[in-house]
Design a protein around this ligand. Structure first.
Ligand code: SF4
Length: 472
């Protein structure tokens, strides 16, 4: 028969276990993870005053996007422009280096920016990694609380994707994969269309890329999120509308257009890229979508860097989720920020329900705004009959305008010394860098570097060092 001490000991252990479980539950169902909450508050503090507008999502909803650097700089395409210097292609793609470096960078990002942030596995061409190394890199990103997206030219076979998704023992390595395929007519080397003459030449390749993922989902149940990236120069500006229109139903959930900048290899600069403004690209996207795209509802960083419009296709019409001309929609946006903040909506249904319930319990006004928004969206989408006939297909449109390397260099060097320039053009670049929405981790110098500074200033010396470490 157990003694009194034994019973008390077991009761104590159960009590401890129950407390630990409760604490874990409390943590998992918190609307926003504590580390993220703290990181968002820090990020908001750092932002220049000019971008702290009601629409600003950085510091409220997200700490910003993240990307890898120096992990696999080599690419097997030749693009005009190319953001990589010549030395990038002299570095061997090496799985062990990639995985180790990705792990180091992501660990730093988790510590600085909390969990649940979107991170791009980016460099040269990601599919030059073996499927196993590629998968290991994605798993390392996930281990550090990132939501990874692989950035590729998209010219790989279904077999590559399947071997990435399924381990040698036949088990799926992921429940979901996110990829961005970069397609534009200034990219040379794609199998089947080495030298595209116009954007439409690439449509079958865009469709094939999306079909790989649909097939993977059919065969394995692994779902996907696909983005379409496209560099815009004077040569293809007039074809942006056509891409938006023709590729609408292919399966991309985001179309991101990047006006070309003078970055990387000067011998690959073909046009006066300054002729292509963000406004001109946005107008083209609107022409293709046949709709006005409200980019003022949510601002990601500085408006000179980013424009974004969130909405869904309902039949033949693109409908914004929120319209910047409707005061009730702007109030709904404010309520969304204050109610949910950086809440991660990607969670098991029960956890998500608990998070939402806790967020709404703390700020019941959020529910009122949500309930009023639903009929507004239904009306905008043409009524219930229209919505029942056409399931809304969310598609986001983005313009991301990188800066020229020669503008970034002096601005970044001053910022590193803690100095703000009095020269208006340098100051403008500094403000954009300070509000940057796309950063890269430098654990050695304890720094987050905006991608413009990474590509325009640091890539060259980094790749020179990698040439010695990983010669081809
Ligand atoms: S990477 Fe450059 S263009 Fe993009 S948000 Fe950062 S500073 Fe702006």
């Amino acid at each position: 028969m157990p003694g009194g001490d034994g019973i008390a000991g077991r009761a104590g252990a159960s009590w401890l276990r129950a407390r630990r479980r409760l604490a874990h539950l409390e943590e998992a169902t918190r609307p926003v993870h504590r580390d993220l909450e703290a990181a968002l508050a820090r990020r908001w503090e750092e932002l220049p005053d000019a971008v702290k507008t009601p629409s600003q999502a950085i510091g409220r909803r997200t700490a910003g996007c993240e990307g890898t650097h120096g992990v696999f700089p080599r690419c097997d395409f030749a693009c005009t422009p190319c953001y990589h210097g010549r030395e990038a292609n002299r570095v061997r793609t090496d799985g062990a280096h990639t995985v180790g470096e990705v792990d180091r960078q992501m660990k730093y990002l988790r510590a600085r920016r909390g969990p649940g942030q979107n991170a791009q596995l980016i460099g040269g061409e990601v599919s030059l990694l073996s499927p196993d190394d590629h998968a290991e890199a994605l798993l390392a990103m996930r281990r550090h609380g990132r939501k990874p997206m692989s950035m590729s030219h998209g010219d790989f076979d279904y077999d590559y994707l399947r071997r990435l998704a399924i381990a040698a023992d036949g088990r799926p390595r992921f429940d979901r994969l996110s990829f961005a395929g970069h397609f534009d007519s200034m990219m040379f080397g794609r199998r089947g269309v080495r030298r595209p003459r116009r954007e439409a030449d690439l449509h079958p390749h865009r469709a094939r890329f999306c079909e790989h993922f649909r097939r993977l989902e059919r065969e394995t149940g692994i779902s996907h999120y696909l983005a379409h990236n496209m560099t815009v120069t004077p040569a293809n500006l007039g074809q942006v509308a056509e891409v938006v229109r023709d590729c609408r139903d292919m399966g991309f959930r985001m179309f991101s257009f990047q006006p070309a900048a003078f970055v990387g290899r000067a011998s690959r600069w073909k046009h006066d890229y300054r002729e292509v403004t963000a406004e001109a690209v946005w107008a083209e996207i609107e022409r293709g979508a046949g709709a006005r795209l409200p980019s003022d509802v949510f601002q990601i960083g500085d408006v000179r860097c980013n424009r974004t419009a969130y909405g869904a296709w309902v039949g033949d019409r693109w409908i914004p989720f929120l319209d910047d001309r409707v005061p009730a929609d702007l109030a709904a946006r404010d309520a969304f920020f204050s109610t949910f903040g950086g809440m991660d909506f990607v969670a098991p249904p029960a956890v998500l329900a608990a998070r939402v319930a806790r967020a709404l319990a703390a700020r019941p006004g959020g529910l009122r705004h949500a309930l009023r928004w639903v009929p507004r969206f239904v009306r905008r989408a043409g009524g219930l009959v229209s919505l029942l006939g056409h399931r809304p297909a969310p598609v986001t449109y983005v313009v991301h305008s990188f800066m020229d390397a020669e503008s970034v260099r002096p601005a970044w060097e001053l910022l590193r010394r803690g100095e703000l320039s009095d020269e208006p053009r340098v100051r403008e670049v500094q403000e954009r860098l300070q509000a940057c929405a796309y950063a890269m981790a430098h654990p050695d110098s304890d720094t987050l570097v905006p991608a413009c500074a990474q590509h325009g200033v640091l890539d060259r010396s980094e790749n020179e060092a990698l040439r010695t470490l990983l010669p081809r």
